[in-house]
Design a protein around this ligand. Structure first.
Ligand code: 3PY
Ligand code: MG
Length: 259
């Protein structure tokens, strides 16, 4: 349930997630049944609109009824730090939101307020699907839904300790592509910025440790994810649908052509 997931996020249990960028609910259901703790539907850069978010969250929940499957919970990386997409993602049944481009403690507080009903926040009441999944009670929802702020801008990095200390915030989540660009790199994978990125990741992790919240980030492989967990990150998105499709297509073609 969403409440159990929130307990694990807040308890800083190591959690592994899968990143979904494609609006393909039957594929999402199968991926959600493979054993990941959570599935993120990317409504910022992913090719997923509001209807796709609703269908994707329904698919993730359906995976929990697959015999023998451990089942995951659905989380949405919303399009923007704005009460409208945050409220809609939660109304659609998300167990939490990952909010992009949070650049100050004030912005982090805004994200938390958008996800909580009064008196804790400003979320408008209308949990059309969430009422079934999380429960219709505002108090229950406020307690059960998690909010993670993405640190991936110069302001976010400069203000990371204050952002992590935001009351009600459940975790930070690093977007390494934007963060590397924020550090001045000309491309999101320029190896000349590896050292600076590593230092930034340490700063984010230490801020999370100090605040006692989840330390999250996006990786693109099992190897990277294992390394980040070993470092102390607690909420790691291992890889995603588009990455895997492309990789498998390329690898199989290479083998078919004789390596
Ligand atoms: C980033 O790397 O900037 C992200 O937002 C993760 O996709
Ligand atoms: Mg980003």
């Amino acid at each position: 349930t969403a409440a159990e997931f929130a307990g694990r996020v807040r308890g800083r249990s190591p959690l592994l997630g899968y990143w979904v960028a494609l609006d393909a609910p039957p594929a999402t259901e199968r991926l959600a049944a493979t054993g990941y703790d959570f599935v993120v539907l990317d409504a910022q850069h992913g090719l997923i609109d509001d209807r796709g978010v609703l269908a994707g969250l329904t698919a993730v929940d359906a995976a929990r009824s697959v015999p023998g499957a451990p089942g995951a919970v659905g989380v949405v990386r919303v399009a923007a730090n704005d009460p409208t997409p945050i409220g809609r993602a939660l109304d659609s049944g998300a167990a939490g939101v990952i909010v992009p481009l949070v650049s100050s403690a004030a912005e982090a507080a805004g994200a938390v307020r958008a996800a909580r009903y009064p008196p804790d926040g400003i979320r408008s009441f209308g949990p059309l699907r969430s009422g079934l999944r999380v429960g219709p009670s505002p108090v229950e929802s406020n307690a059960a839904l998690v909010v993670l702020a993405m640190v991936e801008t110069p302001g976010g990095l400069a203000d990371v300790a204050a952002i992590a200390a935001t009351p009600g915030l459940d975790g930070l989540f690093v977007g390494p592509n934007d963060l590397r660009l924020a550090l001045g790199a000309p491309t999101p994978d320029d190896p000349a910025f590896d050292e600076q990125l590593e230092a930034a990741l340490v700063a984010v992790r230490e801020a999370c440790d100090a605040a006692g919240i989840a330390a999250g980030l996006f990786t693109t492989s099992g190897e990277q994810a294992a390394r980040r967990l070993a470092e102390g990150f607690t909420f790691v998105c291992v890889s995603g649908d588009l990455t895997h499709l492309e990789q498998a297509a390329r690898d199989h073609l290479a083998v078919a052509r004789g390596g």
